[in-house]
Ligand binder design. Sequence first.
Ligand code: ZN
Length: 444
Amino acid sequence: MMALGKGADMQDKRHEFMQRVEAKRDGLIALTQALIQIPTLNPPGEYYHDICAYLEKHLRGLGFECEMIRAYDTPGDSPRHPRWNIVARREGGRPGECVHFNSHIDVVEVGQGWSMAPFGGELKDGRIYGRGACDMKGGLAASIIAVEAFLEVWPAFSGAIEISGTADEESGGFGGVAYLSEQGYFSPSRVQHVIIPEPLHKDRVCLGHRGVFWAEIETRGHIAHGSMPFLGDCAVRHMGAVIAEMETSLFPALAKKRTDMPVVPKGARQSTMNINSIHGGQDEPPPGFTGLPSPVVPDRCKMIIDRRFLLEEDIADVEAEIRALLEKLKSKRMGFAYEMHPIHSVNPVMTAKDAPVVTTVAAAIEAVLDKKPQFVVSPGTYDQKHIDRIGRMKNCIAYGPGILDLAHQPDEYIEVEDMIDSAKVMGLALADLLTGTSAANLGE
Ligand SMILES: [Zn+2]
């Protein structure tokens, strides 16, 4: 009988919580608009302090203790463009676990093709428009509203809630989550559950992402007069041979490497590689130069490759596979000389499907949307990589409102209804993890 009574009481409270989220619709819209109207463009990293100060004021009003943390001397940090972050924490009345909502505060460049003001935050037909609306100020606002409503219904929760706004996700996260992880903010002793409200859609739980291997390949030749190319050795033609070899052997081999990771879109459920850029020969002439280039055989050519790899692959094998291709050319092609330099890499991560934050958010999605959640993996990386590798925190997911396809596009928007739904999901997850009523905590 006791359990039944407790269950019924919990049902009432869940119902009350959902109504409170609904009642905060206007506040949610205003908060999202205010965040969009701070144009936190990255690069170069504008207005980070402004948006952190705005969040600080708002979160202090909800009883959070706020820390403003500058990531000194991280890439891009300068007196003109300081890398500011905010970490806010509110303790509950009793000991327990900490749930952390992490959102990046930066947005990418505006680009062409907008019909709405990119930093206007205009509301039209239930959508709020602006750069960063979906990626990911809408998710940040939804998580704050979720916490607001949660605190009204369950003021005596156990454990702690953290909300962070972090810099530079769009440029690798070094002045944001990577820095904070190094400083211990994402250590398992401080934080037990992390939810990143990236726009993966309100009915999906994103478990992680594929890996990244970036490298620069350079072919070498021999400079000579362009009228007598036989006296030189053309580095661009050598690079042409590299591309031809990639077309005949590497790309078909990558297409055969399939993964069990549930990556969306499905086209990314395999190894992929993009040739990011290629440059051979003389430098581009300076702007305004109207003369002709001088005739020379190019003695160097550079290519940047962006290889995305799978949980089933090892980064050493990924690098070795490309090196083997280059070595093969070296053995069969006269004069072929190359160098390869890795420039950036990230290991794939995937949180276990039975991890507590996964099962809790999945159950909350079912409760709010009355449908089974989809478990997905992102083709590209996001800040989970730092939380996993530096923070050693494995209980982390991305979950938030919005459609990933709209990110970085003109006329980016977020649906208000999606924010409301995902705020309900986030709040119910908090109730499950922090009020001692989840199956795991019933013994308390
Ligand atoms: Zn994002």
